[in-house]
Design a protein around this ligand. Structure first.
Ligand SMILES: *[C@@H]1O[C@H](CO)[C@@H](O)[C@H](O)[C@H]1NC(C)=O
Ligand SMILES: *[C@@H]1O[C@H](CO)[C@@H](O)[C@H](O)[C@H]1NC(C)=O
Ligand SMILES: *[C@@H]1O[C@H](CO)[C@@H](O)[C@H](O)[C@H]1NC(C)=O
Ligand SMILES: *[C@@H]1O[C@H](CO)[C@@H](O)[C@H](O)[C@H]1NC(C)=O
Length: 330
């Protein structure tokens, strides 16, 4: 009896101590006045650090220009049309990535190459390796990509001709083929070589493209002299340096900072037990795990006690009463 009694009191003290420790971590982080900012352009959410007017974005890199008549959002500095800006995955979709076209390669066995420089387009935006692929549209070609740093092959595909224009949405080797992007590739050269068959005047295009893009079958890529655009997923980050060196540290309360290596900078995420916008000073709010049974794993006959950043499972009230005042001791 004594033992159980002590055990309970001890765990109560621990709970209180943890709460106090968590409370005392709260410090004031400086942040912009973002209360009255408009956060929607058309149907596109514009979460901070992005914003549409001064004081609403973190810095000019994240300024969004909204065309209110069309409801389209643009990254002002780069003049990219974007939608689907995500805080949880730190991505955005650029809708108007320009497809490159090849000069006509007439003879079989001719090669042609194009350097894509770097994946990082400016210090805050880089092409996602996981959410995009590389495609070549056209036929009688094989295509391969080479890592510019190591000069090693990173992938390749071949595309054959079919007398009628094959549907390209499946992009699996007839009039179109695809290459997955290897991780850590920062700069690539794409090589195209013609094969020996019947190409006359078909156009050839190549581009990065969002993997799940369903509009491929609406884009016919038929006119060689036309400019086509496709969606590409970009990753974004903030800051100029890693978390520990950042002079411009912007992560709010209850957050973790994660270095972001493909670009230069870092990213903020809410600590476990919190959710919200980690870029706002008080954006990450405690999740009340007890309010929703899915958020806690307290066994039956236990009580869920929510605390900052977590929760405890306590023996049920009746149980606890028995532990506090063991019958016979009163
Ligand atoms: C908005 O988009 C329309 C249609 O593309 C264009 O005519 C107009 O100039 C744009 N407005 C601004 C302010 O960019
Ligand atoms: C477009 O592609 C989808 C598969 O992604 C296919 O089911 C559909 O039939 C295609 N539509 C046309 C018009 O080709
Ligand atoms: C594209 O080429 C076609 C015929 O080859 C021509 O009629 C058309 O004017 C060209 N379009 C542009 C924008 O150059
Ligand atoms: C980050 O780098 C950019 C460009 O080099 C510079 O303009 C900006 O002032 C830097 N920001 C901070 C907070 O150091």
């Amino acid at each position: 009896m004594e033992g159980a009694d002590h055990h309970f009191v001890n765990s109560w003290i621990i709970i209180c101590t943890i709460s106090i420790l968590l409370q005392s971590q709260i410090t004031e982080a400086a942040g912009p006045p973002v209360d009255h900012c408009q956060r929607k352009c058309g149907s596109t959410e514009i979460p901070y650090p992005f914003g549409m007017s001064k004081g609403c974005y973190l810095d000019e890199t994240f300024e969004i220009r909204c065309n209110h008549s069309t409801g389209s959002a643009w990254i002002a500095q780069l003049n990219w049309q974007v939608d689907a800006i995500s805080l949880s995955t730190h991505t955005l979709r650029r809708k108007d990535f320009i497809v490159e076209s090849l000069p006509e390669i007439a003879k079989p066995g001719e090669t042609w190459h194009h350097s894509f420089g770097i994946f990082t387009f400016n210090r805050h935006y880089s092409i996602s390796h996981t959410r995009n692929m590389f495609i070549a549209v056209g036929c009688d070609i094989y295509v391969y990509i080479v890592d510019e740093k190591t000069s090693e092959f990173q992938g390749g595909c071949a595309s054959l001709c079919r007398s009628t224009l094959a549907p390209i949405w499946s992009c699996s080797g007839l009039n179109c083929c695809q290459i997955n992007l290897p991780k850590d590739l920062t700069a690539l050269t794409m090589w195209i070589e013609t094969m020996n068959t019947h190409t006359k005047d078909r156009c050839r295009f190549f581009t990065f493209i969002e993997k799940d893009f369903l509009g491929l079958n609406k884009t016919k890529f038929s006119a060689c002299n036309q400019t086509y655009v496709v969606p590409v997923i970009f990753e974004w980050s903030v800051g100029n340096t890693s978390c520990d060196k950042a002079m411009d540290y912007v992560c709010g309360q209850n957050t973790e900072c994660v270095d972001y290596s493909p670009g230069k900078g870092y990213r903020c995420k809410c600590s476990n037990g919190y959710r919200g916008n980690p870029y706002l000073p008080h954006g990450c709010q405690d999740i009340d795990e007890c309010a929703n049974q899915k958020d806690n794993d307290c066994p039956i006959k236990h009580r869920c006690l929510n605390i900052e950043g977590g929760y405890f499972c306590l023996p049920s009230r009746r149980h606890m009463f028995a532990e506090l005042f063991p019958i016979g001791n009163i």
